[in-house]
Design a protein around this ligand. Sequence first.
Ligand code: NAP
Length: 279
Amino acid sequence: MTRVKRGAPTASTRVVAVIGDPVAHSLSPVIHNAAFAATGLDWVYVALPVQRGSGAEAVRSLHALGLAGLNVTAPHKEAAAEACDELTQDAAALRSVNTVVVRPDGGLVGDSTDGQGFIGALDSEGVECAGRTVLVVGAGGAARAVTLALARRGARLIVAARRPDGAAAAARLAPGGVAVTMEEIPAALREASVVVHATPVGMSGEPPPFDTTSLGTGHIVVDLIYRPVETRLLLAAREAGARGIGGLGMLVHQAARSFTEWTGVDAPLDVMRKSVQLP
Ligand code: NAP
């Protein structure tokens, strides 16, 4: 008789996965497997390396492989949006998908949970952005998701990016949104009280990609990078007397939303936070 170690996956275990290139660094398996254990669900979450260019094919194979759902990370978020049968309002506005849910008929529903994850993280830090001016640095998938979510929340948006067309396209997601260059950031910091850094610069310990000398006690700086937990931008912000918030909170909140979309069960947020050493 085949003995199955208690807690180990069996033939009836539901499987969800994250695809990306690279994906080995992902913290999502840690967060979701902690949540499955805490809720007693016989589910498992794995990371699947999928090469650039194969994202759409991987998403379309989801139902055939019997996976219950999928997370999608760089560089496949746009390809995943193309491969889904149906998109939520956020995913359609952003043409970007980080969560795929398999409908009972096998159809694939794509959602983008980054924006709601970002707002959830700010709420848990007691930061309200309605009526504030927020400077978003970067114009990629995360920057666009954050810009859309903040605009819905009633913030005024300034988007800074190194490509003027990218900044303009992201700023258009927010009514009255303004696009500026990276060099114009010090001037923008006079108007904005919240700064959201949404480029990958800092993941390898590099200094921030903009002049931080105008940061001061009136600023809240949110760095979406979660590895390292303490970036040089956050250090510079705290040295200037600003409040610094890292990206782990957003990671946990976007994961919580995916968890509930797949399982229909309330996400155990405290367990998910603790799994990545958040208080
Ligand atoms: P992305 O789609 O590749 O976008 C990256 C953006 O950064 C682009 O606008 C890019 O400009 C810009 N950029 C890259 N290098 C730059 C530089 N040297 N100077 C100025 N701008 C630069 O990536 P993403 O998915 O938005 O992710 C961005 C960051 O957010 C990553 O660090 C990611 O880990 C983090 N993130 C965190 C969470 C979370 O839950 N905490 C969720 C999503 C993303 P170009 O378009 O000109 O290349």
